[in-house]
Design a protein around this ligand. Structure first.
Ligand code: SAM
Length: 195
């Protein structure tokens, strides 16, 4: 099971590592159990208290899990760099300070592992969140998506993400997809780099 759910996110983390710098501002648009939040926090938090992670999830249960994982895995000083918001990610621009310069917006779509499978990302709100992300991203920034296709609606959501990325102007954006050709149900990674 080389490229299961966990491995897909690890591949995403490898890419983040090449894009992020200490002191960066980043958004985890789907906090879930907090693993991505912790990974990106480690990449941006610096000694002098710079770097920030805005974490978003529509479920308070997910943000509680994220908060607990932070308590277990990072210092209190690092945790203070994280701000959590229990909202739909399509509204991210409402909670972030105006003109925030964001280096990474990361999406890990689908439902909360171990949680309510009925609370799930949808094509409509994912697209709105992508539009919002696009506006906040700095040059050299990245929108990273892990898209699951094994559940009802997953394939449609991937098509929405692909259509969004395919429509971005080639001079300003580099859009690519990482997909397991011999495992049709494996999660698909989409990376959208702002040049
Ligand atoms: N990144 C997480 C981690 O490392 O554990 C896993 C994320 S999980 C696959 C997807 C999350 O998206 C769930 O926690 C779910 O509550 C959240 N979600 C679903 N719809 C959402 C929406 N419209 N806005 C924000 N979060 C949403």
């Amino acid at each position: 099971y080389i490229f299961g759910k966990k491995k897909a996110t690890e591949v995403a983390h490898l890419v983040w590592r090449h894009v992020l710098h200490k002191g960066d501002i980043v958004i985890d648009a789907t906090c879930g159990n907090g693993y991505d939040t912790v990974a990106m926090l480690k990449m941006v938090a610096d000694e002098s208290g710079h770097g920030r992670v805005y974490g978003i999830d529509i479920q308070t249960e997910a943000l509680e899990n994220t908060s607990s994982l932070l308590d277990e895995t990072v210092t209190q000083k690092e945790k203070e760099l994280v701000k959590l918001f229990p909202i739909c990610h399509s509204r991210m621009d409402e909670v972030l300070p105006e003109n925030t310069a964001v280096r990474l917006v990361a999406f890990n779509l689908g439902y909360l592992p171990g949680g309510d499978k009925g609370i799930i990302t949808t094509s409509k709100t994912t697209l709105l969140a992508l539009e919002a992300s696009k506006k906040m991203l700095i040059l050299g920034g990245l929108i990273s998506l892990v898209v699951y296709v094994g559940h009802p609606g997953g394939r449609e959501e991937l098509e929405t993400v692909e259509a969004f990325a395919s429509g971005l102007c080639v001079d300003g954006w580099i859009c690519c997809k990482f997909q397991m050709l011999n495992r049709p149900l494996a999660p698909v990674l989409v990376f959208i780099f702002k040049r």
